[in-house]
Design a protein around this ligand. Structure first.
Ligand SMILES: [Zn+2]
Length: 563
Protein backbone atom coordinates (compact mmCIF):
# COMPACT_ATOMS: atom_id res chain seq x y z
CA UNK A 1 0.00 0.00 0.00
CA UNK A 2 1.11 3.54 -0.55
CA UNK A 3 3.48 5.51 1.58
CA UNK A 4 0.99 8.30 1.36
CA UNK A 5 -2.55 7.04 1.64
CA UNK A 6 -4.28 8.30 -1.45
CA UNK A 7 -8.05 8.28 -1.63
CA UNK A 8 -9.66 5.91 -4.07
CA UNK A 9 -9.21 7.22 -7.58
CA UNK A 10 -12.78 6.93 -8.73
CA UNK A 11 -11.90 7.45 -12.36
CA UNK A 12 -10.05 4.15 -12.34
CA UNK A 13 -12.53 2.15 -10.36
CA UNK A 14 -15.21 -0.17 -11.46
CA UNK A 15 -16.19 -1.62 -14.75
CA UNK A 16 -16.85 0.54 -17.77
CA UNK A 17 -20.31 -0.75 -18.40
CA UNK A 18 -20.80 1.49 -21.38
CA UNK A 19 -18.59 -0.71 -23.51
CA UNK A 20 -20.20 -2.76 -26.22
CA UNK A 21 -21.78 -5.92 -24.97
CA UNK A 22 -19.52 -8.81 -24.28
CA UNK A 23 -18.88 -10.83 -27.38
CA UNK A 24 -16.99 -13.40 -25.49
CA UNK A 25 -15.29 -16.32 -27.04
CA UNK A 26 -17.20 -18.65 -24.80
CA UNK A 27 -14.35 -20.99 -24.36
CA UNK A 28 -14.02 -22.36 -20.90
CA UNK A 29 -10.62 -23.81 -20.53
CA UNK A 30 -10.51 -27.00 -18.63
CA UNK A 31 -6.92 -26.89 -17.62
CA UNK A 32 -5.28 -30.02 -16.36
CA UNK A 33 -5.09 -30.09 -12.64
CA UNK A 34 -1.70 -28.84 -11.62
CA UNK A 35 0.45 -30.91 -9.40
CA UNK A 36 0.52 -29.34 -6.00
CA UNK A 37 3.42 -26.99 -5.87
CA UNK A 38 6.03 -27.60 -3.27
CA UNK A 39 5.28 -25.45 -0.28
CA UNK A 40 8.45 -24.15 1.28
CA UNK A 41 8.88 -22.99 4.81
CA UNK A 42 6.51 -23.50 7.67
CA UNK A 43 3.36 -22.42 5.80
CA UNK A 44 0.37 -24.30 7.07
CA UNK A 45 2.05 -25.02 10.36
CA UNK A 46 -0.30 -22.56 12.03
CA UNK A 47 -3.98 -23.35 11.90
CA UNK A 48 -5.85 -20.76 9.84
CA UNK A 49 -8.36 -18.94 11.98
CA UNK A 50 -10.77 -17.70 9.32
CA UNK A 51 -12.05 -21.11 8.34
CA UNK A 52 -11.07 -23.65 10.99
CA UNK A 53 -10.22 -27.12 9.75
CA UNK A 54 -9.48 -25.94 6.21
CA UNK A 55 -6.05 -25.17 4.81
CA UNK A 56 -5.88 -24.18 1.17
CA UNK A 57 -2.64 -25.44 -0.35
CA UNK A 58 -2.96 -24.32 -3.94
CA UNK A 59 -5.22 -22.38 -6.29
CA UNK A 60 -5.35 -22.73 -10.03
CA UNK A 61 -7.30 -20.04 -11.83
CA UNK A 62 -8.02 -20.63 -15.53
CA UNK A 63 -9.49 -17.37 -16.80
CA UNK A 64 -10.75 -16.29 -20.19
CA UNK A 65 -10.67 -12.54 -20.66
CA UNK A 66 -12.88 -10.93 -23.29
CA UNK A 67 -11.81 -8.89 -26.33
CA UNK A 68 -14.18 -6.20 -25.14
CA UNK A 69 -16.71 -5.77 -22.38
CA UNK A 70 -16.22 -7.11 -18.90
CA UNK A 71 -17.48 -10.68 -18.82
CA UNK A 72 -14.88 -13.16 -17.68
CA UNK A 73 -15.12 -16.93 -17.54
CA UNK A 74 -13.25 -18.96 -14.99
CA UNK A 75 -12.48 -22.36 -13.68
CA UNK A 76 -10.95 -22.29 -10.23
CA UNK A 77 -9.40 -25.45 -8.86
CA UNK A 78 -8.86 -25.19 -5.13
CA UNK A 79 -6.67 -27.79 -3.47
CA UNK A 80 -7.50 -27.95 0.22
CA UNK A 81 -6.25 -30.02 3.10
CA UNK A 82 -8.58 -30.74 5.96
CA UNK A 83 -7.02 -30.42 9.37
CA UNK A 84 -10.22 -31.47 11.16
CA UNK A 85 -13.45 -33.26 10.31
CA UNK A 86 -15.10 -30.41 8.41
CA UNK A 87 -18.08 -31.24 6.22
CA UNK A 88 -18.41 -27.97 4.32
CA UNK A 89 -15.96 -25.79 2.45
CA UNK A 90 -17.04 -22.19 2.21
CA UNK A 91 -15.44 -20.26 -0.62
CA UNK A 92 -15.87 -16.50 -0.74
CA UNK A 93 -17.30 -15.33 -4.06
CA UNK A 94 -19.55 -12.34 -4.62
CA UNK A 95 -22.07 -11.87 -7.39
CA UNK A 96 -20.60 -13.98 -10.21
CA UNK A 97 -22.60 -16.92 -11.57
CA UNK A 98 -21.44 -20.39 -10.62
CA UNK A 99 -22.48 -23.08 -13.09
CA UNK A 100 -20.72 -26.15 -11.78
CA UNK A 101 -18.92 -27.30 -8.64
CA UNK A 102 -16.97 -30.52 -8.35
CA UNK A 103 -15.19 -32.30 -5.53
CA UNK A 104 -12.44 -34.65 -6.66
CA UNK A 105 -13.88 -34.45 -10.15
CA UNK A 106 -17.47 -35.38 -9.25
CA UNK A 107 -20.23 -32.76 -9.49
CA UNK A 108 -21.81 -31.78 -6.16
CA UNK A 109 -24.80 -29.69 -5.15
CA UNK A 110 -23.24 -26.59 -3.73
CA UNK A 111 -25.34 -23.94 -2.04
CA UNK A 112 -24.86 -20.34 -3.07
CA UNK A 113 -25.64 -17.28 -1.02
CA UNK A 114 -24.81 -13.66 -1.68
CA UNK A 115 -21.28 -13.96 -0.33
CA UNK A 116 -20.17 -17.60 -0.47
CA UNK A 117 -20.35 -20.98 -2.09
CA UNK A 118 -21.08 -23.71 0.46
CA UNK A 119 -19.56 -26.91 -0.85
CA UNK A 120 -20.38 -30.27 0.77
CA UNK A 121 -17.31 -32.40 1.40
CA UNK A 122 -17.25 -36.17 1.73
CA UNK A 123 -16.86 -37.56 5.25
CA UNK A 124 -13.32 -37.59 6.49
CA UNK A 125 -10.48 -35.42 7.67
CA UNK A 126 -6.75 -35.02 7.26
CA UNK A 127 -7.10 -35.47 3.54
CA UNK A 128 -6.53 -33.38 0.44
CA UNK A 129 -9.32 -32.55 -1.93
CA UNK A 130 -9.52 -30.72 -5.25
CA UNK A 131 -12.59 -28.52 -5.60
CA UNK A 132 -13.53 -27.21 -9.03
CA UNK A 133 -15.68 -24.10 -9.47
CA UNK A 134 -16.83 -23.05 -12.94
CA UNK A 135 -18.08 -19.49 -12.98
CA UNK A 136 -18.59 -16.42 -15.12
CA UNK A 137 -19.75 -12.84 -15.01
CA UNK A 138 -18.69 -9.22 -14.92
CA UNK A 139 -16.72 -8.41 -11.78
CA UNK A 140 -17.62 -5.07 -10.23
CA UNK A 141 -14.37 -4.92 -8.23
CA UNK A 142 -11.27 -6.98 -7.54
CA UNK A 143 -10.51 -7.39 -11.22
CA UNK A 144 -10.85 -3.83 -12.42
CA UNK A 145 -11.61 -3.69 -16.13
CA UNK A 146 -11.38 -0.35 -17.88
CA UNK A 147 -10.06 1.57 -20.86
CA UNK A 148 -6.78 3.38 -20.48
CA UNK A 149 -6.51 7.06 -21.50
CA UNK A 150 -5.67 5.90 -25.04
CA UNK A 151 -8.88 3.84 -25.15
CA UNK A 152 -7.19 0.45 -24.85
CA UNK A 153 -8.90 -2.40 -22.95
CA UNK A 154 -7.11 -3.38 -19.76
CA UNK A 155 -7.73 -5.39 -16.59
CA UNK A 156 -5.85 -5.30 -13.31
CA UNK A 157 -6.39 -7.28 -10.14
CA UNK A 158 -6.64 -5.14 -7.01
CA UNK A 159 -7.54 -7.46 -4.16
CA UNK A 160 -6.53 -5.66 -0.98
CA UNK A 161 -7.85 -6.24 1.57
CA UNK A 162 -10.72 -8.66 0.82
CA UNK A 163 -11.74 -7.70 -2.71
CA UNK A 164 -10.38 -10.87 -4.32
CA UNK A 165 -13.76 -12.45 -3.65
CA UNK A 166 -15.26 -10.23 -6.36
CA UNK A 167 -13.60 -12.36 -9.04
CA UNK A 168 -11.89 -15.36 -7.44
CA UNK A 169 -13.52 -18.14 -5.36
CA UNK A 170 -11.14 -18.29 -2.41
CA UNK A 171 -10.74 -18.58 1.32
CA UNK A 172 -10.22 -14.84 1.25
CA UNK A 173 -8.26 -14.18 4.41
CA UNK A 174 -4.54 -13.59 5.06
CA UNK A 175 -4.37 -16.46 7.56
CA UNK A 176 -4.57 -19.03 4.76
CA UNK A 177 -1.74 -18.70 2.26
CA UNK A 178 -1.43 -20.89 -0.80
CA UNK A 179 0.53 -21.22 -4.00
CA UNK A 180 -1.21 -20.08 -7.17
CA UNK A 181 -1.10 -20.87 -10.86
CA UNK A 182 -2.72 -18.56 -13.40
CA UNK A 183 -3.79 -19.75 -16.83
CA UNK A 184 -5.03 -16.70 -18.68
CA UNK A 185 -6.42 -16.64 -22.21
CA UNK A 186 -6.47 -13.11 -23.52
CA UNK A 187 -6.26 -11.18 -26.77
CA UNK A 188 -2.76 -11.07 -28.28
CA UNK A 189 -2.57 -7.30 -27.81
CA UNK A 190 -2.52 -7.73 -24.04
CA UNK A 191 0.49 -8.64 -22.00
CA UNK A 192 -0.40 -10.80 -19.00
CA UNK A 193 1.84 -10.39 -15.95
CA UNK A 194 1.35 -12.03 -12.58
CA UNK A 195 2.92 -13.51 -9.48
CA UNK A 196 5.78 -15.96 -9.70
CA UNK A 197 7.39 -17.34 -12.82
CA UNK A 198 6.25 -17.10 -16.43
CA UNK A 199 5.73 -20.72 -17.42
CA UNK A 200 4.20 -20.39 -20.86
CA UNK A 201 3.07 -17.91 -23.49
CA UNK A 202 1.36 -19.82 -26.28
CA UNK A 203 -0.60 -18.37 -29.22
CA UNK A 204 -3.91 -20.20 -29.49
CA UNK A 205 -5.23 -21.47 -32.80
CA UNK A 206 -8.58 -22.44 -34.22
CA UNK A 207 -11.53 -20.60 -32.72
CA UNK A 208 -9.13 -18.81 -30.42
CA UNK A 209 -6.74 -17.45 -33.01
CA UNK A 210 -5.70 -13.92 -32.12
CA UNK A 211 -5.51 -14.96 -28.52
CA UNK A 212 -2.64 -16.12 -26.32
CA UNK A 213 -2.54 -18.35 -23.28
CA UNK A 214 -0.18 -17.09 -20.58
CA UNK A 215 0.68 -19.17 -17.53
CA UNK A 216 2.31 -17.85 -14.37
CA UNK A 217 2.86 -19.88 -11.26
CA UNK A 218 4.34 -19.45 -7.82
CA UNK A 219 6.29 -21.90 -5.72
CA UNK A 220 5.80 -19.72 -2.64
CA UNK A 221 2.44 -19.45 -0.86
CA UNK A 222 0.68 -16.09 -0.91
CA UNK A 223 -2.31 -14.58 0.84
CA UNK A 224 -5.21 -14.00 -1.56
CA UNK A 225 -4.86 -10.23 -1.26
CA UNK A 226 -1.54 -10.45 -3.13
CA UNK A 227 -2.75 -12.77 -5.95
CA UNK A 228 -3.27 -10.68 -9.06
CA UNK A 229 -2.97 -10.51 -12.80
CA UNK A 230 -2.35 -7.58 -15.07
CA UNK A 231 -3.68 -7.87 -18.61
CA UNK A 232 -2.89 -4.74 -20.55
CA UNK A 233 -0.96 -3.54 -23.60
CA UNK A 234 2.15 -2.78 -21.57
CA UNK A 235 5.65 -2.11 -22.85
CA UNK A 236 8.50 -4.00 -21.22
CA UNK A 237 11.65 -2.41 -19.86
CA UNK A 238 14.17 -4.94 -18.63
CA UNK A 239 16.01 -3.99 -15.46
CA UNK A 240 18.18 -7.06 -15.82
CA UNK A 241 19.35 -9.65 -13.38
CA UNK A 242 19.72 -8.17 -9.92
CA UNK A 243 20.79 -9.27 -6.46
CA UNK A 244 22.59 -12.32 -7.82
CA UNK A 245 23.13 -14.96 -5.16
CA UNK A 246 20.90 -13.06 -2.76
CA UNK A 247 17.56 -14.78 -3.37
CA UNK A 248 15.96 -17.95 -2.10
CA UNK A 249 16.08 -19.32 -5.63
CA UNK A 250 19.53 -19.90 -7.09
CA UNK A 251 20.83 -17.24 -9.43
CA UNK A 252 19.57 -13.69 -9.68
CA UNK A 253 16.34 -11.75 -9.28
CA UNK A 254 15.10 -10.66 -12.73
CA UNK A 255 13.43 -7.26 -12.51
CA UNK A 256 11.43 -5.37 -15.10
CA UNK A 257 9.12 -2.41 -15.49
CA UNK A 258 5.86 -2.80 -17.42
CA UNK A 259 4.33 0.49 -18.46
CA UNK A 260 2.30 2.18 -21.14
CA UNK A 261 4.23 2.76 -24.36
CA UNK A 262 3.66 6.52 -24.27
CA UNK A 263 5.49 6.88 -20.94
CA UNK A 264 8.15 4.29 -21.73
CA UNK A 265 10.91 6.87 -21.31
CA UNK A 266 9.96 7.25 -17.64
CA UNK A 267 11.79 3.97 -16.96
CA UNK A 268 14.12 3.18 -15.38
CA UNK A 269 13.67 6.52 -13.52
CA UNK A 270 12.72 5.68 -9.94
CA UNK A 271 13.46 2.00 -10.65
CA UNK A 272 17.12 2.61 -11.45
CA UNK A 273 18.07 1.48 -7.93
CA UNK A 274 15.61 -1.45 -7.81
CA UNK A 275 18.45 -3.96 -7.95
CA UNK A 276 20.38 -2.26 -5.16
CA UNK A 277 17.23 -2.20 -3.04
CA UNK A 278 16.64 -5.92 -3.35
CA UNK A 279 20.30 -6.56 -2.60
CA UNK A 280 20.19 -4.26 0.44
CA UNK A 281 17.07 -5.83 1.97
CA UNK A 282 18.35 -9.33 1.15
CA UNK A 283 21.53 -8.69 3.09
CA UNK A 284 19.77 -6.92 5.93
CA UNK A 285 16.91 -9.39 6.45
CA UNK A 286 17.03 -12.61 4.43
CA UNK A 287 17.30 -13.80 0.83
CA UNK A 288 14.73 -12.27 -1.53
CA UNK A 289 11.70 -14.57 -1.17
CA UNK A 290 10.33 -14.72 -4.74
CA UNK A 291 11.24 -15.72 -8.26
CA UNK A 292 11.37 -12.26 -9.85
CA UNK A 293 10.20 -8.71 -9.22
CA UNK A 294 8.07 -6.80 -11.70
CA UNK A 295 6.99 -3.16 -11.38
CA UNK A 296 3.79 -2.29 -13.24
CA UNK A 297 1.75 0.72 -14.24
CA UNK A 298 -1.79 -0.25 -13.28
CA UNK A 299 -5.17 1.03 -12.17
CA UNK A 300 -4.68 0.07 -8.54
CA UNK A 301 -6.65 2.41 -6.30
CA UNK A 302 -3.60 2.65 -4.05
CA UNK A 303 -0.49 4.69 -4.80
CA UNK A 304 1.34 1.38 -4.81
CA UNK A 305 0.25 -2.17 -4.03
CA UNK A 306 2.89 -4.71 -3.11
CA UNK A 307 1.38 -7.76 -4.86
CA UNK A 308 3.90 -10.56 -4.42
CA UNK A 309 6.72 -10.28 -6.98
CA UNK A 310 4.53 -8.00 -9.16
CA UNK A 311 4.20 -4.55 -7.60
CA UNK A 312 1.30 -2.50 -8.96
CA UNK A 313 1.69 1.28 -8.97
CA UNK A 314 -0.99 3.79 -9.86
CA UNK A 315 -1.41 4.89 -13.45
CA UNK A 316 -1.25 8.50 -12.37
CA UNK A 317 2.17 8.09 -10.72
CA UNK A 318 3.56 7.16 -14.15
CA UNK A 319 1.63 9.65 -16.26
CA UNK A 320 2.41 12.55 -13.92
CA UNK A 321 5.92 11.15 -13.41
CA UNK A 322 5.48 11.58 -9.67
CA UNK A 323 6.45 8.03 -8.75
CA UNK A 324 9.36 8.34 -6.35
CA UNK A 325 12.11 6.06 -5.12
CA UNK A 326 10.60 6.06 -1.60
CA UNK A 327 7.48 4.34 -2.88
CA UNK A 328 9.57 1.74 -4.71
CA UNK A 329 11.52 1.09 -1.49
CA UNK A 330 8.29 0.78 0.53
CA UNK A 331 6.69 -1.72 -1.86
CA UNK A 332 9.96 -3.62 -2.24
CA UNK A 333 10.32 -3.94 1.55
CA UNK A 334 6.81 -5.43 1.62
CA UNK A 335 8.09 -8.44 -0.34
CA UNK A 336 9.67 -9.55 2.94
CA UNK A 337 7.20 -7.95 5.37
CA UNK A 338 3.55 -8.53 4.60
CA UNK A 339 4.20 -10.80 1.65
CA UNK A 340 6.64 -13.51 2.80
CA UNK A 341 5.73 -13.01 6.47
CA UNK A 342 2.04 -12.13 6.48
CA UNK A 343 -0.06 -10.69 9.30
CA UNK A 344 -2.37 -13.53 10.28
CA UNK A 345 -5.17 -11.17 11.32
CA UNK A 346 -6.03 -7.77 9.83
CA UNK A 347 -5.71 -6.10 13.23
CA UNK A 348 -1.96 -6.77 13.04
CA UNK A 349 -1.56 -4.95 9.73
CA UNK A 350 1.27 -2.87 11.20
CA UNK A 351 3.47 -5.97 10.81
CA UNK A 352 3.16 -5.25 7.11
CA UNK A 353 2.79 -1.46 6.85
CA UNK A 354 4.90 -0.45 9.83
CA UNK A 355 7.79 -2.59 8.60
CA UNK A 356 7.49 -1.31 5.03
CA UNK A 357 7.41 2.27 6.33
CA UNK A 358 10.47 1.79 8.52
CA UNK A 359 12.50 -0.29 6.09
CA UNK A 360 11.95 2.32 3.38
CA UNK A 361 13.54 4.77 5.85
CA UNK A 362 16.40 2.32 6.43
CA UNK A 363 16.95 2.32 2.68
CA UNK A 364 17.20 6.12 2.86
CA UNK A 365 19.70 5.81 5.71
CA UNK A 366 21.73 3.35 3.62
CA UNK A 367 21.39 5.13 0.30
CA UNK A 368 21.50 8.81 1.24
CA UNK A 369 22.60 9.73 4.75
CA UNK A 370 21.96 9.56 8.46
CA UNK A 371 20.58 13.09 8.40
CA UNK A 372 18.11 12.21 5.62
CA UNK A 373 17.01 9.26 7.72
CA UNK A 374 16.59 11.45 10.81
CA UNK A 375 14.60 13.95 8.78
CA UNK A 376 12.44 11.09 7.53
CA UNK A 377 11.78 9.87 11.07
CA UNK A 378 10.96 13.42 12.17
CA UNK A 379 8.44 13.64 9.35
CA UNK A 380 6.90 10.33 10.38
CA UNK A 381 6.68 11.49 14.00
CA UNK A 382 4.96 14.71 12.94
CA UNK A 383 2.36 12.67 11.06
CA UNK A 384 1.75 10.48 14.11
CA UNK A 385 1.38 13.43 16.49
CA UNK A 386 -1.11 15.08 14.16
CA UNK A 387 -3.27 12.06 13.38
CA UNK A 388 -6.67 11.78 15.04
CA UNK A 389 -6.69 7.99 14.74
CA UNK A 390 -3.50 7.75 16.83
CA UNK A 391 -5.20 9.56 19.70
CA UNK A 392 -8.31 7.40 19.45
CA UNK A 393 -7.26 3.84 18.64
CA UNK A 394 -4.30 1.54 19.32
CA UNK A 395 -2.04 0.26 16.55
CA UNK A 396 -3.19 -3.28 17.30
CA UNK A 397 -6.76 -2.64 16.32
CA UNK A 398 -8.60 -5.94 16.43
CA UNK A 399 -12.04 -4.33 16.62
CA UNK A 400 -11.84 -2.52 13.29
CA UNK A 401 -13.90 -4.47 10.77
CA UNK A 402 -13.63 -1.99 7.91
CA UNK A 403 -10.20 -3.17 6.90
CA UNK A 404 -9.46 -0.29 4.54
CA UNK A 405 -9.70 1.96 7.61
CA UNK A 406 -6.57 0.22 8.88
CA UNK A 407 -4.59 2.03 6.19
CA UNK A 408 -3.92 4.81 8.64
CA UNK A 409 -1.21 6.60 10.62
CA UNK A 410 -1.28 3.84 13.24
CA UNK A 411 -0.43 0.97 10.89
CA UNK A 412 2.06 2.97 8.83
CA UNK A 413 3.74 5.78 10.73
CA UNK A 414 3.22 4.79 14.35
CA UNK A 415 4.05 1.17 13.53
CA UNK A 416 7.20 2.25 11.72
CA UNK A 417 8.27 4.57 14.51
CA UNK A 418 7.64 1.82 17.05
CA UNK A 419 10.20 -0.35 15.26
CA UNK A 420 12.60 2.60 15.37
CA UNK A 421 12.13 2.88 19.14
CA UNK A 422 12.50 -0.86 19.58
CA UNK A 423 15.84 -0.60 17.82
CA UNK A 424 16.89 2.10 20.30
CA UNK A 425 15.70 0.06 23.29
CA UNK A 426 17.45 -3.23 22.48
CA UNK A 427 20.31 -1.83 20.40
CA UNK A 428 21.13 -2.18 16.70
CA UNK A 429 22.62 -5.62 16.89
CA UNK A 430 19.83 -7.29 18.88
CA UNK A 431 17.21 -5.45 16.83
CA UNK A 432 18.40 -6.73 13.47
CA UNK A 433 19.05 -10.20 14.88
CA UNK A 434 15.50 -10.11 16.23
CA UNK A 435 14.10 -9.05 12.85
CA UNK A 436 15.96 -11.89 11.14
CA UNK A 437 14.84 -14.39 13.77
CA UNK A 438 11.21 -13.30 13.44
CA UNK A 439 11.42 -13.45 9.65
CA UNK A 440 13.09 -16.86 9.56
CA UNK A 441 10.54 -18.34 11.95
CA UNK A 442 7.58 -17.24 9.80
CA UNK A 443 8.81 -16.89 6.22
CA UNK A 444 6.12 -18.09 3.80
CA UNK A 445 3.78 -18.34 6.75
CA UNK A 446 1.95 -15.90 8.96
CA UNK A 447 2.67 -14.09 12.21
CA UNK A 448 1.12 -12.04 14.97
CA UNK A 449 2.67 -9.27 17.05
CA UNK A 450 3.50 -11.66 19.88
CA UNK A 451 5.75 -13.56 17.47
CA UNK A 452 7.80 -10.43 16.90
CA UNK A 453 7.96 -9.77 20.64
CA UNK A 454 9.16 -13.33 21.28
CA UNK A 455 11.94 -13.03 18.68
CA UNK A 456 13.05 -9.67 20.06
CA UNK A 457 13.06 -10.97 23.62
CA UNK A 458 15.07 -14.01 22.61
CA UNK A 459 17.72 -11.91 20.87
CA UNK A 460 17.90 -9.09 23.41
CA UNK A 461 17.51 -11.15 26.57
CA UNK A 462 15.06 -8.51 27.81
CA UNK A 463 11.39 -8.72 28.73
CA UNK A 464 9.64 -6.40 26.31
CA UNK A 465 5.99 -6.74 27.27
CA UNK A 466 5.99 -3.19 28.63
CA UNK A 467 7.25 -1.85 25.32
CA UNK A 468 4.79 -3.70 23.07
CA UNK A 469 1.89 -2.89 25.41
CA UNK A 470 2.51 0.82 25.72
CA UNK A 471 3.19 1.49 22.05
CA UNK A 472 0.85 -0.96 20.33
CA UNK A 473 -2.04 -1.69 22.68
CA UNK A 474 -2.77 1.89 23.81
CA UNK A 475 -3.73 4.93 21.79
CA UNK A 476 -1.50 7.98 21.85
CA UNK A 477 2.13 8.83 22.49
CA UNK A 478 4.36 10.16 25.26
CA UNK A 479 4.03 13.75 26.46
CA UNK A 480 6.92 14.70 28.73
CA UNK A 481 7.69 17.92 30.55
CA UNK A 482 11.14 18.12 32.09
CA UNK A 483 12.35 20.75 34.58
CA UNK A 484 15.98 20.67 35.58
CA UNK A 485 18.38 22.22 38.02
CA UNK A 486 22.10 21.91 38.43
CA UNK A 487 24.04 21.83 41.67
CA UNK A 488 27.67 22.79 41.20
CA UNK A 489 28.84 21.59 44.62
CA UNK A 490 27.53 18.03 44.20
CA UNK A 491 28.05 18.06 40.38
CA UNK A 492 24.50 16.83 40.00
CA UNK A 493 21.87 17.52 37.38
CA UNK A 494 18.39 16.80 38.72
CA UNK A 495 15.51 16.28 36.33
CA UNK A 496 11.90 16.47 37.37
CA UNK A 497 9.76 14.71 34.77
CA UNK A 498 6.00 15.04 34.51
CA UNK A 499 3.80 13.08 32.13
CA UNK A 500 0.50 11.30 32.01
CA UNK A 501 -1.76 13.90 30.46
CA UNK A 502 -3.97 12.60 27.70
CA UNK A 503 -2.41 9.20 27.10
CA UNK A 504 -1.05 8.05 30.45
CA UNK A 505 2.58 7.51 31.35
CA UNK A 506 5.27 5.91 29.24
CA UNK A 507 8.54 4.23 30.07
CA UNK A 508 11.00 6.02 27.84
CA UNK A 509 14.77 5.77 27.44
CA UNK A 510 15.62 9.38 26.60
CA UNK A 511 18.84 10.87 25.26
CA UNK A 512 19.74 14.36 26.43
CA UNK A 513 22.46 16.56 25.00
CA UNK A 514 23.88 18.72 27.78
CA UNK A 515 25.21 21.70 25.87
CA UNK A 516 28.03 23.61 27.56
CA UNK A 517 28.48 27.36 27.18
CA UNK A 518 31.24 26.73 24.66
CA UNK A 519 28.79 24.80 22.47
CA UNK A 520 30.18 21.33 23.12
CA UNK A 521 27.61 18.72 24.03
CA UNK A 522 27.69 15.67 26.24
CA UNK A 523 25.05 13.04 25.54
CA UNK A 524 23.52 11.15 28.45
CA UNK A 525 20.74 8.60 28.46
CA UNK A 526 18.17 8.58 31.25
CA UNK A 527 15.49 5.97 31.82
CA UNK A 528 12.22 7.68 32.49
CA UNK A 529 9.78 5.42 34.32
CA UNK A 530 6.10 5.12 33.44
CA UNK A 531 4.96 7.39 36.26
CA UNK A 532 3.16 10.69 36.34
CA UNK A 533 6.07 12.26 38.19
CA UNK A 534 9.66 11.14 38.52
CA UNK A 535 12.94 12.55 39.63
CA UNK A 536 16.17 11.55 37.93
CA UNK A 537 19.70 12.48 38.95
CA UNK A 538 22.55 12.65 36.48
CA UNK A 539 25.87 12.48 38.32
CA UNK A 540 29.18 14.08 37.47
CA UNK A 541 27.94 17.13 35.62
CA UNK A 542 30.57 19.67 36.59
CA UNK A 543 29.29 22.76 34.82
CA UNK A 544 25.79 24.04 34.45
CA UNK A 545 24.60 23.34 30.90
CA UNK A 546 23.63 26.39 28.92
CA UNK A 547 20.78 24.36 27.52
CA UNK A 548 19.54 20.78 27.25
CA UNK A 549 18.41 19.24 23.96
CA UNK A 550 16.06 16.32 24.43
CA UNK A 551 15.94 13.38 22.04
CA UNK A 552 18.53 14.69 19.57
CA UNK A 553 18.48 11.45 17.56
CA UNK A 554 14.67 11.43 17.12
CA UNK A 555 14.00 8.26 19.03
CA UNK A 556 10.96 9.07 21.15
CA UNK A 557 7.44 9.09 19.81
CA UNK A 558 5.93 12.05 21.57
CA UNK A 559 6.61 15.56 22.73
CA UNK A 560 9.36 16.55 25.14
CA UNK A 561 9.31 20.04 26.63
CA UNK A 562 12.47 21.04 28.55
CA UNK A 563 12.25 23.99 30.92
ZN1 LIG B 1 2.48 -0.54 2.25
Amino acid sequence: MPVVHTPAASSFRGVHRGLSSAAVAGLLLLAPSAALAQVVGPAGSVAPSYQPGIDVLHYEFALTLPDTGSRIEGLATVHVRRTAAVDTLRLDLLALDVSRVTVSGAPVNARRDSARIHIPLPPGSSDSLAIGVTYAGSPTDGLVISRDPEGRWQAFGDNFPDRGRHWLPTVDHPSDKATVRWIVDAPDALRVVSNGTLAEETPLGGDSSGRTRTIWSTTRPLPTYLMVIAAAPLAFVDLGRTACGLAESPGCVPQAVYLAAEVRDFAPGPFARAGDMVAYFSRLVAPYPYEKLAHLQTTTRFGGMENASAIFYSDRAFRQRSLGIGLVAHETAHQWFGNAVTEREWGHLWLSEGFATYFAQLWTEHDISDSAFRAGMEGIRRQVLGAAVVAERPVLDTTQRVYLELLNANSYQKGGFTLHMLRAVVGDSAFFRGVRRYYAAHVHGTALTDDLQAAMEAESGEQLGWFFDQWLRRPGFAELTIEWRHDRASRRLTLKVRQGGRFGSYRVPLDLDLVAPDGTARRVRVDIPASAESSIVVEDVAARPSRIVADPAVRVLGTVVVR
